[in-house]
Design a protein around this ligand. Structure first.
Ligand SMILES: Cc1cc2nc3c(=O)[nH]c(=O)nc-3n(C[C@H](O)[C@H](O)[C@H](O)COP(=O)(O)OP(=O)(O)OC[C@H]3O[C@@H](n4cnc5c(N)ncnc54)[C@H](O)[C@@H]3O)c2cc1C
Length: 466
């Protein structure tokens, strides 16, 4: 029986795989993609490593506080503690692996960004840029140390055996399976699975834009739930608000996003009714994803917001002008609100009411200076926040809190880390790497203790280690 099988050769999976090699535990990685680096979110990410917008090498208590604040206390307390203390290992460890990072801006949160910085559209693979290079490097190192990496291997089933697990997977050559004492699920969430989005996020959540790679089909979560795992936080997603035209054009995602416009302008439904914005843009993505009409929203704003000074939004970002139109997005304008309503095909009195209500909100940016503009908006899902419940050791938990022997989860397969009513995004890459690292340490301890028990069963009465 193999000591460990890792499902998913993405960021969490490969950090775990490499760390296991360093500690002396043999692992086999099953990666669904057939490209070195995998085909998950890591390779198309922006490459920014942060823990709730703090650099991972900040003091643990600062990170812990930020984790609690960002998730409004929804993060599992023990997970916050583990993440805050263990994430300090990640940057020096990645550097020692030969992964290059540089500061992208003067903002501390961007201090550790995979180098060269990724720019580019949609799912296009850009092998010479930081995120792909980092993943290729981890693959290279794993192979150098004679790691067993199965490419084009999609895991689909998990069965309990005596003393371990059987993982079934599909390759081009056909069906295969591996037996292992431990299995780490690191397959990256269920954002690309419309059926699971409908079931867990909202009946029409499958209509959102997939602002992510297509590999996150929730196979790991499904297998874990079938084997008694508890799920946590499944209803929330991380993402951004983008032009509806991103559904047809990769030029319009991952950037420019319309978060800032939605935060300062008036978000309306297809009928022109106002959607109160009392959460962050990420929180709004979840709310829209859960609505009955995720493709029906628009954001209305005025000339001041569109052509005025940057810095009126929370992050101080400029409105995406002229980038939005340059990339072919829908934008309508009119000197009057009724003219704008006509262009949006909604009732003028409803739109006028929505704008008037917005303008009475204390502290809101008034939408009053013509011409008025509107862009149709869709929630774009980058990853699902919920997943299998884990403990601070990355071991998967059953309802009641008992660890399921031999099962571990990290990265977007695991829940309880992101979330909260205001969006609560605490970073994807650094959290995946940290729990991948923690999982490796826990798996090594588990494998060692299983071997010790097997030895004492084989020779009862013998002092161990003699
Ligand atoms: C456009 C974009 C920008 C982002 N920018 C940032 C950023 O700047 N900073 C940040 O912190 N986060 C960012 N993220 C999020 C970040 O990429 C993810 O949070 C992170 O990659 C999660 O790591 P993971 O290992 O869980 O999943 P992934 O990196 O997605 O890896 C999962 C792997 O599992 C494989 N897999 C899936 N199913 C199976 C199966 N059944 N069998 C075998 N293998 C399987 C996939 O092919 C993939 O290689 C971004 C994401 C996107 C899409």
């Amino acid at each position: 029986m193999n000591p460990c099988v890792i499902v998913g050769g993405g960021f969490a999976g490969m950090v775990a795989a490499r760390r296991l090699q360093q500690i002396g535990v043999r692992a086999t990685v099953l990666e669904k993609g057939d490209v070195d680096g995998g085909l998950g979110n890591a390779v198309i990410s922006g490459g920014l490593l942060h823990i709730a917008w703090e650099p991972p090498d900040s003091p643990a208590d600062v990170k812990r506080e930020r984790l609690l604040a960002e998730t409004s206390g929804e993060i599992d307390d023990e997970l916050a503690g583990a993440l805050a203390s263990q994430s300090g290992n990640i940057i020096p460890w990645l550097q020692a692996e030969g992964v290059e990072m540089r500061a992208k801006t003067e903002e501390p949160a961007t201090r550790w960004t995979l180098w060269p910085f990724r720019v580019g559209t949609g799912r296009r693979l850009l092998p010479d840029l930081g995120p792909s290079k980092a993943m290729q490097r981890l693959y290279e190192r794993f192979r150098e140390w004679r790691g067993d990496l199965r490419m084009g291997a999609a895991a689909h089933s998990l069965h309990r055996l005596s003393g371990g697990w059987q993982v079934g997977f599909q390759t081009e050559a056909g069906e295969a399976s591996l037996e292992a004492g431990t299995v780490l699920f690191a397959d990256g969430g269920f954002q690309a699975n419309q059926e699971m989005l409908s079931r867990y996020v909202g009946p029409n959540a499958g209509l959102c834009l997939l602002r992510a790679s297509t590999t996150g089909t929730g196979d790991g979560l499904r297998m874990l739930l079938e084997n008694g795992a508890e799920a946590v936080g499944l209803g929330r997603v991380y993402g951004h608000l983008v032009s509806i035209n991103a559904l047809e054009s990769d030029e319009l995602w991952p950037f420019p996003h319309l978060d800032e416009l939605c935060m300062v302008g008036v978000v309306v439904t297809r009928h022109g009714d106002r959607v109160p914005v009392d959460t962050s843009a990420v929180g709004l993505v979840t709310r829209m994803a859960r609505s009955e009409d995720p493709r029906g929203f628009a954001v209305v704003f005025d000339e001041e917001i569109w052509n005025g000074e940057p810095g009126r939004g929370k992050l101080g970002l400029p409105a995406p002008n002229p980038e939005l139109m340059r990339r072919g997005a829908h934008l309508v304008s009119s000197d009057t609100i009724s003219g704008l309503a006509q262009r949006l095909a909604c009732k003028p009195d409803r739109l006028a009411r929505a704008i008037a209500a917005h303008n009475t909100v204390r502290g809101a940016c008034p939408v009053s200076r013509p011409p008025f503009h509107a862009a149709r908006v869709i929630p774009g899902i980058t990853f699902t926040m919920g997943g299998a419940k884990i403990g601070p050791d990355a071991a998967v938990r059953a309802p009641g809190g008992r660890a399921i022997p031999g099962l571990f989860a990290a990265g977007s397969t695991a829940g309880g880390i992101q979330g909260g009513p205001n969006g609560g995004y605490v970073g994807g890459l650094a959290t995946a790497a940290t729990f991948g690292y923690i999982a490796a340490e826990s798996i090594a301890a588990y494998v060692q203790s299983a071997a010790k028990s097997a030895r004492s069963r084989a020779s009862p009465g013998q002092p161990d280690g003699g």
